[in-house]
Design a binder for this molecule. Structure first.
Ligand code: ZN
Length: 428
């Protein structure tokens, strides 16, 4: 069965006006074997490849892939990472149900009708812009008639005349997970969506209630939850996942599969299994030599069914896990100061800001950092009780004009060091 999308621009009258407005369900539902989805990037429009700026909350994906990932993540049970990276909404990850999609990156082909792959299709079919092959319970596929409309990958508003890929995909993924159309104006699952579709990126209360009626309200006591990662994600190194509701034994860690085939195999997560968590709030594992790629990580505990899989958490393979978020300007004038913003540090932790002319990595006090040697200590401060803060550097020496300086934050808490992402600033 094909579920066609015929886009209606502008506001319209709802056919069911007068009835109680509400979500509807189709009877489809996705068990844990069908939560994965991928994108085959045979899209040719430049406006679907316009966003080439990586965002630290979404490792490894930009442009149309990032738009697709965020569309699925919005249905997720908890905010994806810090929930940021989408200017149209406060947080991405609003479902609060026992449901999470598994973004698995790129596919190398369109796949079969049950391989959960999104791709473009040439030609046209009677004004249909996009179709989703259902039922979804045994797998699904989406095809986009790219020639019929202009599409934009965001993250800002679409260019004039284009439709928002992420917003439309959020709606279509709602069908995949089992929702029909809603008669609530403004709901993501409304059959009439106004404007470019950007507003559909963010699900509304009616969409949430529909999702929760299929999969249940997110269990606070049974469903695993990931609060953070620390360590170094290179092969053989030790990584710690901190969270809740892990099982004493038999946990699994689900990674984005590095296999990018055109069929079902690459849609399966790369899984580490048989992992213990004696206290239920911490998982320690050794990074495997390969198989996982940048994207997200999930924990599955030893329970069964929807409740056993955690939300997605950002994961960058083969690098240092950046615990603290550091933000700064792309450029600074020689002789001026650099103002840095700090988030996600351990509460009230003292910190230092490190600077280097290189971003080639170093080990300081046994902890891996992104800054290269030699490292200069610019001074420090203390994060507030929410882990946020700021730092103003000394004036940048004029002799550094024309060069790039690399800045990283080191925070200490409970005898452990935590590092941030690297900020690269060009000195003008
Ligand atoms: Zn629809």
């Amino acid at each position: 069965m094909r579920n066609p999308l015929r886009w209606i621009l502008g506001a319209g009258l709802l056919a069911s006006a007068g009835l109680l407005p509400a979500w509807t369900a189709t009877g489809d539902r996705l068990d844990l074997s069908q939560r994965d989805f991928r994108l085959f990037d045979n899209f040719t429009q430049a406006t679907l490849h316009g966003n080439l700026t990586p965002h630290p909350n979404w490792p490894g994906s930009t442009d149309v892939e990032l738009a697709a990932w965020k569309a699925g993540a919005e249905w997720g049970s908890l905010p994806m990472g810090l929930g940021d990276g989408d200017p149209s909404q406060d947080q991405v990850g609003s479902g609060d149900a026992n449901f999470d999609f598994l973004w698995n990156g790129n596919a190398a082909g369109i796949g079969s009708a049950n391989d959960n792959i999104i791709s473009a299709i040439p030609g046209s079919s009677g004004g249909v812009l996009w179709f989703t092959e259902l039922p979804s319970s045994d797998g699904w596929r989406m095809r986009v008639y790219e020639d019929l409309a202009a599409w934009d990958d965001g993250p800002g508003d679409p260019v004039p005349g284009a439709l928002d890929f992420q917003g439309v995909l959020t709606h279509e993924l709602g069908h995949v997970l089992g929702l029909g159309h809603s008669s609530v104006p403004g709901a993501t699952m409304s059959s009439v969506i106004a404007g470019t579709g950007v507003a559909a990126r963010s699900i509304e209360a009616d969409d949430q209630i529909g999702l929760q009626s299929i999969y249940g309200l997110r269990s606070r006591t049974l469903k695993p939850r990931i609060d953070g990662l620390s360590g170094w994600t290179v092969p053989g190194a030790t990584v710690t996942i901190v969270g809740a509701n892990f099982s004493p034994a038999g946990n699994e860690i689900w990674f984005n599969n590095a296999l990018a085939d055109g069929g079902a195999a690459g849609g399966e997560p790369f899984v580490l299994s048989g992992i213990a968590s004696p206290g239920g709030s911490e998982i320690v594992f050794t990074m495997p030599p390969g198989g996982a790629e940048d994207g997200a990580v999930h924990v599955r505990n030893s329970l069964s069914g929807d409740v056993s899989l955690s939300e997605a958490h950002p994961f960058r393979a083969g690098s240092i896990v950046d615990t603290v978020r550091l933000s700064g300007p792309e450029s600074v004038s020689a002789g001026a100061v650099v103002a840095l913003g700090i988030a996600n540090a351990p509460p009230s932790a003292p910190f230092r800001v490190l600077a280097s002319a290189r971003g080639s990595g170093s080990i300081l006090q046994g902890h891996p950092f992104d800054v290269g040697l030699p490292v200069h200590n610019l001074g420090g401060g203390r994060a507030d009780s929410t882990g946020a803060g700021g730092f103003t550097s000394p004036p940048v020496p004029p002799r550094l004009a024309g060069r790039t300086i690399y800045l990283e934050l080191a925070a200490a808490s409970g005898g452990q060091l935590f590092d941030s992402n690297l900020v690269a600033t060009t000195v003008l």
